[in-house]
Design a protein. Structure first.
Length: 59
């Protein structure tokens, strides 16, 4: 299990990198990384980013 950044901008970069390079979905990312889906989506929503399933990234 990796250390997931708490800073929203760093979190955005980290999650999108992981989704691009290692995971086919946000669900898979959360499961494999032991991440709290609601916490991540809430933090990124605060900076106006939302998961786009077709793009498999937060936009």
């Amino acid at each position: 299990m990796s250390v997931i950044p708490k800073d929203p901008v760093m979190l955005l970069s980290y999650v999108n990198l992981k989704l691009r390079d290692f995971y086919s979905s946000f669900e898979e990312f959360c499961e494999m990384e032991g991440a709290d889906k609601d916490e991540i989506t809430g933090t990124l929503s605060d900076i106006d980013y939302h998961y786009d399933e077709r793009a498999n990234r937060f936009v």
